[in-house]
Design a protein around this ligand. Structure first.
Ligand code: 5GP
Length: 180
């Protein structure tokens, strides 16, 4: 399938599953090396990262565990009164090395919030392992240690990434088709 239609939008094939597998293998090799004397906790962010996180974890040969988290935002009574919290993180992670596993890092807003919350939880250190990264959209100074693909600032779906909840099951990554 070179093109898919989801709701009102057309997407064109952009990254093939075999290339995602290769990038995942390479990332796992780096993590195996960097954490060879440790027992990191992978924190897979729901819902998008579940596919990539499951694949990455199976390629890790070090001792490791996984937990799933979701960052939720609630608007309070005023627009400035916003609360962000981690849903699903119900184990003590203080003193642990944490690797956040993401489907995509875009502006970095989500990543920054997670880092703040994990620091509050007094983890030993934090790294980011993301399937895709949009460097031109990224607005933060926090380093992104493990990147599968650096991609342009265009909307993508597939391999866990959705458009309005759809498209996560596509094995390949597709990019929004823009008419020229
Ligand atoms: P942030 O801007 O905070 O780095 O990214 C927040 C979230 O926006 C990501 O975790 C992801 O859920 C969503 N997102 C950003 N860019 C894309 C994209 O190109 N495709 C899809 N499906 N989601 C995206």
């Amino acid at each position: 399938m070179d093109q898919v239609q989801i709701l009102d939008k057309t997407f064109v094939k952009y990254i093939e599953k075999k290339d995602i597998d290769a990038a995942c293998e390479k990332m796992a090799g780096q993590i195996n090396e960097d954490y060879k004397n440790d027992e990191p906790i992978l924190l897979a962010t729901l819902n998008g990262a579940i596919i990539f996180a499951a694949e990455l974890m199976q390629k890790l040969t070090i001792r490791c565990r996984i937990s799933c988290i979701k960052l939720s935002s609630y608007s309070g009574t005023t627009s400035t009164n916003q609360v962000k919290q981690l849903v699903g993180l119900n184990e003590d992670i203080s003193g642990k090395r944490v690797i956040i596993v993401e489907d995509i890092v875009d502006t970095g807003v989500t990543y920054e919030h997670m880092v703040a919350l994990l620091k509050e939880a007094k983890v030993k250190d934090i790294a980011m392992a993301t399937m895709a990264f949009k460097p031109t959209a990224y607005k933060k100074d926090i380093p992104v240690q493990y990147v599968g693909f650096s991609i342009p600032d265009k909307f993508v779906i597939g391999h866990g990434l959705d458009y309005d909840g759809w498209g996560r099951n596509l094995p390949d990554i597709y990019q929004l088709k823009t008419e020229n």
